[in-house]
Design a protein around this ligand. Structure first.
Ligand code: AMP
Ligand code: MN
Ligand code: ZN
Length: 357
């Protein structure tokens, strides 16, 4: 998006703010909790005893959508959802997997293969009678919008529940250990989720992210209801359980926006109180802008083009020669090798810079 478009958009926002709201804002706000009684948590069967399906064919996805549509007619009212995302070799990133667990089944959808078909799930995801349980949904909500145009109505974020309950930790691995005695292999969190076929350990990790989540939800929900008796919620006409739903609604109402370039962002790299002189600051500012331009043009992440610490090192040392710059960029990518002359020009003019930043 050019800067001109941005100005037009900002003007439009002033006059018609509703155009920038979440299209399901009304439905999200209308959602009410129907039942606030303690209920016996439903323990899931083991992974081995649970039917599992890897979905990478559109007919299977259509069948899953049908099954999800039937769930609430059969009085099954919740599903657990999680996503795995890749953001290193892409500017805005893309969702690689969607995990869904019902009370009885686990599904993993290949969202790279089925990207253009994923919108079919929007019906269930915006169905106010079907609760979607996520853990730490902030990014998931944005990724669903960005990649598939999917919105979420009626969501319970177990991460938000751990905050209201003031648990000592808020991670899913903590909850998995606490309620299910499962040790999550969180080293897979940063695995390359573009990989196909996925190996057994990656599939297991991905499944575990949703397999136990409805049982964790049952327990957290009971804890919230019980907390009401020992320490009532301060907010009038509310409850701890309701607060979690309200916080989850705020997350659902988020609207994804493509990241815009903020030219002063370089100041965050040196924490504002920099030890850098004016020449070094000039280099930092220009390198920062160059990195953003390169990332957008070549559809790579900022991190792939040049990592923060590399950018800072170049600005700090202002190497005189090409090879001096490349020596600070380990590992040197083809992109850096072919464009090192541009970095060199930036460094050269920074060395000659006489003004202030
Ligand atoms: P999770 O919900 O924990 O499975 O994480 C979902 C996605 O978030 C992963 O596939 C990663 O793309 C991203 N992610 C999670 N944790 C981190 C982290 N510590 N740093 C960067 N990305 C992360
Ligand atoms: Mn997640
Ligand atoms: Zn996950």
């Amino acid at each position: 998006m050019g800067s001109k478009d941005l100005v037009v958009n900002e003007a439009l926002f002033e006059t018609n703010p509703e155009l920038f709201e979440n299209p399901y804002q009304f439905e999200i706000e209308q959602c009410e909790i129907l039942d606030s009684n303690v209920a016996e948590p439903i323990q899931p069967k083991s992974l081995d005893e649970t039917p599992f399906e890897y979905i990478d064919q559109v007919d299977r996805l259509i069948k899953l959508c049908d099954q999800l549509g039937k769930l609430n007619r059969n009085r099954v009212k919740e599903i657990a959802v999680d996503l795995e995302h890749h953001s290193y070799r892409s500017f805005i990133g893309f969702t690689c997997l969607m995990q869904i667990s019902t009370r009885t089944n686990d599904y993993i959808i290949d969202t790279i293969k089925l990207r253009s078909e994923m919108h079919r799930l929007n019906e269930s995801f915006t169905d106010p009678t079907l609760l979607k349980v996520f853990h730490g949904a902030d990014f998931d909500i944005e990724w669903l919008q960005k990649d598939f145009g999917i919105y979420v109505v009626n969501m319970f974020d177990t991460g938000q529940a751990t905050r209201i309950l003031q648990y000592p930790h808020h991670s899913l691995s903590y909850l998995l250990k606490l309620f299910c005695d499962v040790d999550a292999q969180k080293q897979f969190q940063l695995a390359d989720w573009r990989t196909r076929p996925l190996n057994e350990s990656m599939l297991k990790y991905a499944r575990e992210d949703t397999h136990y989540l409805l049982y964790i939800y049952d327990n957290l929900r009971n804890d919230l209801i019980k907390l009401e008796e020992s320490r009532p919620c301060f907010t009038a006409n509310s409850s701890h359980l309701r607060q979690v739903h309200e916080n989850s609604k705020t997350i659902c109402k988020k609207v994804y926006k493509k990241p815009t370039f903020y030219s002063k962002g370089f100041l965050n790299l040196c924490n504002h109180n920099s030890h850098l002189n004016a020449k070094q600051m000039k280099a930092l500012k220009d390198l920062y802008a160059w990195r953003d331009k390169m990332a957008r043009e070549s559809d790579e992440s900022h991190d792939y083009v040049l990592k923060n610490h590399q950018l800072l090192k170049i600005a700090e040392l202002l190497p005189r020669e090409h090879h001096g710059i490349l020596a600070l960029c380990n590992p040197v990518t083809t992109m850096l090798e072919t464009n090192v002359h541009e970095l060199h020009e930036i460094v050269k003019s920074a060395r000659e810079f006489k003004g202030t930043i």
